[in-house]
Design a protein around this ligand. Structure first.
Ligand code: PLP
Length: 379
């Protein structure tokens, strides 16, 4: 007994699930300088950093327009409002996503209609999409979960065949990802992203953006972002208070200086996790990444049985894990839809097994080795 007690399991420092402190250390001069400049010029709302960030992100994705907004959630709402979606309309999406996806569809007055995911990627199964389209379908909203884009070519082709249904990419987790040469956020009618601190490109609070190549939609979304005003105090439509703070844009601008390096790191770490987990013989399933896409690993997610026990054992060794997400939306109390839930078995299968491991650009090889060793031991 004493031998067991003496061998305390937590002898190594705790690994950060997402190491934002290491990122800040690397970028401190740029971040502090950018914040100080905002404090000095004092334009806290719609200051020059807002337009500068929008321009740089538009260039990065190749989209004609980038419009920043208060959060990823607000980005989804603004895009639905700009498309005129409301009561009586249906929006097709995935039930295996963060709640905001369906929440904004409902808040806009429409009904979320769920298409199941592919079991190996956790992304919308495009082969099941067409069967869900009705005369009421006013948008399709695939989710680029974990940092990998869904099969956008197939989804766009189906949308085009059915009278050009708009496609909104929920790219909250996939800024920086690519799909056959195109960039996430610029693969469909509208792309929505988030700068929540833990996303691949995060600020130090809430922030988000919408992207489009459509000038009319861009104008509508710009107006909706600020209370539907066409010019100051002249309101032509219903909007929201949905601006992103200048300081948060300044932080994104500072982080952009290292972003290409970070994306390169994320891709490499994803490959290393795959290689080492396969070699370790740990009993788990790995997420598939399709050859024409790369995944920026907003979360490095695997499938495990006995998830709770594995998580507990990992935590005892100083390794935090997380579950994105434990319940399909059509089984959540507020969105419960039994008919739909009966048709989305892959979503429920994934919800019971997914577990995310520590991941960020600053994760070290030594830290990854500890995660892999702990998983092998406990699973
Ligand atoms: C984070 C996230 C959102 C919401 O973004 P916020 O900036 O937190 O509002 C929406 N959809 C998905 C898939 C997300 O991961």
């Amino acid at each position: 007994m004493s031998a067991v007690l003496n061998k305390s399991p937590v002898t190594l420092p705790k690994i950060e699930f997402i190491d934002l402190k290491a990122q800040y250390s690397a970028l401190q001069t740029q971040i502090d300088g950018r914040i100080r400049r905002v404090l000095e010029h004092g334009q806290y709302i719609m200051g020059p950093e807002v337009a500068e960030m929008e321009h740089k992100l538009a260039v990065y994705t190749g989209a004609r327009h980038c419009i920043s907004c208060a959060s990823g959630t607000e980005a989804l709402l603004i895009s639905l409002m700009a498309l005129g979606i409301g009561p009586g309309d249906e929006v097709i999406t995935s039930p295996f996503t963060f709640a905001a996806t369906a929440e904004m569809i409902v808040l806009a007055g429409a009904k979320p209609v769920y298409v199941d995911i592919e079991r190996d990627t956790c992304l919308m199964d495009a082969t099941q999409l067409e069967a869900k389209i009705t005369a009421r379908t006013k948008a399709i909203m695939p989710v680029s979960l974990y940092g990998q884009v869904a099969d956008m070519n197939a989804i766009n082709a189906i949308a085009a065949r059915h009278g050009n249904i708009p496609v909104i990419e929920d790219a909250a987790q996939s800024f920086g990802a690519s799909y056959i040469g195109g960039k996430s956020c610029n693969l469909s009618t509208i792309g929505c992203t988030s700068f929540f601190p833990s996303k691949p490109l995060g600020c130090y609070g809430d922030g988000g953006a919408v992207f489009t190549n459509d000038d009319m939609l861009a104008k509508a979304m710009r107006e909706i972002r600020v209370h539907g005003q066409e010019r100051r105090y002249y309101h032509t439509r219903i909007g929201v208070g949905g601006r992103m703070d200048t300081i948060q844009c300044a932080i994104v601008l500072a982080k952009l200086e290292r972003f290409d390096w970070e994306i390169g790191r994320r891709l490499m770490l994803g490959d290393q996790y795959r290689e080492q987990l396969t070699r370790s013989g740990a009993r788990l399933g790995l997420l598939a990444v399709r050859p024409e896409r790369d995944c920026v690993w907003a979360q490095y997610t695997v499938f495990v049985e006995h998830r709770e026990a594995v998580q507990k054992a990992m935590l005892a060794q100083g390794i935090p894990t997380a579950v994105h997400y434990p319940l399909s939306l059509n089984r959540q109390p507020v969105y419960r839809d039994d008919d739909s839930a009966a048709e989305t078995p892959n979503s429920h299968w994934a919800a019971e097994r997914v577990m995310s491991l520590p991941m960020s650009a600053d994760l070290t090889g030594e830290q990854m080795a500890r995660v892999v060793a702990a998983l092998k031991l406990e699973n």
